[in-house]
Design a protein around this ligand. Structure first.
Ligand SMILES: [Zn+2]
Length: 257
């Protein structure tokens, strides 16, 4: 019943607030990750971005102004991962908090031995469980530049991957898989890649992808999701089994666009 009501409400929202295609064209053209989207995909993206702007509340931190172009850039990058999943995957949160650049966060974390570590850390993005998406706008814009694109760097997609991961509980690198996907194949692909990254780090070697993926299974999923959308060939060359799993999960094949 609730899903039916939500669908009807979104249909009404789209009738009233669907963005004109011309409004979105410049943003799509400026983002390397959107290259190669066909007309039907661009139309679906337009629906999702329209819903994102209608339903999510942008909350720039005090004294900072987030322009319409900034909101569009964030919305397009947030909606590309759910292009074939649907807007329901972002139902559990509303706010997008925007800082002008890196921000300081007080943290408390428990390590594997159960010891709690507290401190302050500089962050460029965060995804809170049932809470806001938090982004540094400077890094949102840096994500769209070609040189960062080739590094597989995209802060919006990274934090949105955490949000998708949280759809079935804590972020743990295991989002809800679709019917027909194999939990065993997912676990094997990610575990082997995660172990390989950590083995190289322990041996003092360079890692083939951003070493932040070796932090935890949750970061592994988020970092590899960034590569999947912005540098798909790089991910496919290094960890083809992970690419296959992400292609099945996101129901997209960015490497063929
Ligand atoms: Zn992360």
């Amino acid at each position: 019943m609730f899903a039916w009501w939500r669908r009807r409400r979104r249909e009404r929202l789209l009738r009233a607030y669907r963005l004109p295609a011309s409004h979105l064209a410049a943003t799509i053209a400026s983002l390397p990750c959107c290259r190669g989207l066909d007309t039907a995909e661009q139309e679906r993206l337009r629906d999702l971005v329209s819903l994102f702007l209608a339903e999510k509340a942008f909350e720039p931190v005090e004294g900072f102004v987030c322009t319409e172009a900034d909101r569009l850039a964030i919305a397009v990058q947030a909606c590309l991962p759910i292009l074939e999943l649907g807007f329901d995957w972002y139902d559990e949160w509303v706010s997008v908090v925007v800082y002008p650049n890196e921000f300081l966060v007080d943290y408390e974390e428990m390590d594997e031995a159960g010891v709690v570590h507290a401190g302050r850390d500089l962050r460029i993005g965060e995804a809170w469980d049932y809470g806001p998406l938090v982004l540094s706008l400077e890094d949102v814009h840096a994500s769209t530049r070609q040189n960062h694109h080739e590094d597989g760097y995209n802060v919006v997609m990274h934090e949105c991957a955490h949000k998708l991961d949280m759809c079935n509980g804590d972020a743990n690198g295991f989002p809800p898989l679709h019917r027909g996907m194999s939990r065993r194949a997912w676990t094997r692909a990610f575990s082997e890649a995660f172990a390989d990254m950590n083995r190289r780090l322990d041996a003092g070697q360079e890692t083939p992808l951003d070493s932040y993926a070796a932090e935890s299974p949750a970061e592994c999923f988020a970092v590899f999701s960034e590569y999947f959308f912005v540098a798909p060939q790089v991910l496919n060359d290094v960890y083809p089994a992970v690419y296959t799993q992400l292609r099945q999960f996101y129901r997209q094949d960015p490497g063929r666009r």
